[in-house]
Write a protein that binds this ligand. Sequence first.
Ligand code: AMP
Ligand code: MG
Length: 403
Amino acid sequence: MDMMPFAEAYERALARVEPISGTEEIVVAQALGRVLADAVHAPDNVPNHDNTAMDGYAVRFQDLAATGDTILTVVDEVPAGSRLERVIGQGEAVRIMTGAPMPDGCDCIVIQEDVTRDGDALTVPTGQVQGKWIRRTGQDIAKGSEVFAKGHRLTPPDIGMLASLGRSSVDVVRRLKVAVVSTGNEVVQPGNPLELGQVYDSNRHSMIAVLQALGVDILDLGIISDDREAIKTALLKGADEADVVLTSGGVSVGDYDLVKDVITEVGVIDFWKVRMKPGKPQAHGRIGKAVFFGLPGNPVSVLATFLLLVRPAMLVMMGCAPAPLREMVLPFKGEPILKTHGRAEFARGIIHYDGADTSVSSTGSQNSGILTSMSKANAFIVLPVEPCEVHQGEMVTVMPIEY
Ligand code: AMP
Ligand code: MG
């Protein structure tokens, strides 16, 4: 099979999955990162009354002289949380605190820094602006408007928004469930001694960590040796109990790369060779009703393929609208990149945030086994399929990394 261009793999990865069904009602305080099962509309205006944005005095603009000072009489006060029953008449003013409702008849706030007060007598200088410092009813959210669309993934300010609408609970898509497996005879659980030729299982930990950041349920199936039956048992269990089966290792062309073989036996592979580096061998398929992602074994490739192809597809499964990867263009600095191979490269890069001088550099060696490169990186530098060189000052395409 030919290698698939990355852009096509991205489209295929998203197009071949569907949103899971099933919703649940949860409390708003626990809804961060969850995906809305329905649109949210405003049951009322926010704020639900005209109120003052500043501490000061509520007055009638028509009472103020066009030139010179005006003396008004302070007749009452309204702290936040209370309201005034009386209507304010000519020549009257009300002491008012931030957040308090505008008294009837008043249409102007004079901030306290601008006035002088002597007993009930209030001196207001000229130059006040009608309507200024008044937060209007519905200025944040208008009653009946759609605040969030179905499929919106809730951010921290969204949680505050839901609360400001008076919502205490919200309907969300149930959590996606993902089974995670590491494969390899050489792979060892951290905490045990390491013999020559063995390697600690960083991949399952990386996978679980990125899944935790995504907010899915995780079924940890541990480390499976390169044994056809053991792999088969694990994959079938994962497919039976989860929406997604995610594996690392065993999808290349080596003698012990059995994951791919087992999938063709118990499921189907949709595509597996992508013209990208890192991550040329990776398997996208299905086992029964579960979606299967077979990630490469190299620790960098695991994270790169997860972030670039698996995470976006999982978001679609979680009920979010398919989204394009986010790119920006920045000047390159530092040691040049010399790329000789014929695959699109997602080099690990560091964006140096420095205002208008923001730039990106390489993390150094781009070997797929060097997990440090991923740990240092905050972006991928996207290099075209053709061999190329990138030198200081040249503009490059960059994808900031999001976890
Ligand atoms: P594979 O794709 O199974 O041939 O693995 C490629 C490389 O990744 C080998 O050097 C493996 O030892 C390494 N590797 C595979 N699985 C893991 C893992 N879970 N943690 C760390 N390294 C791994
Ligand atoms: Mg292996």
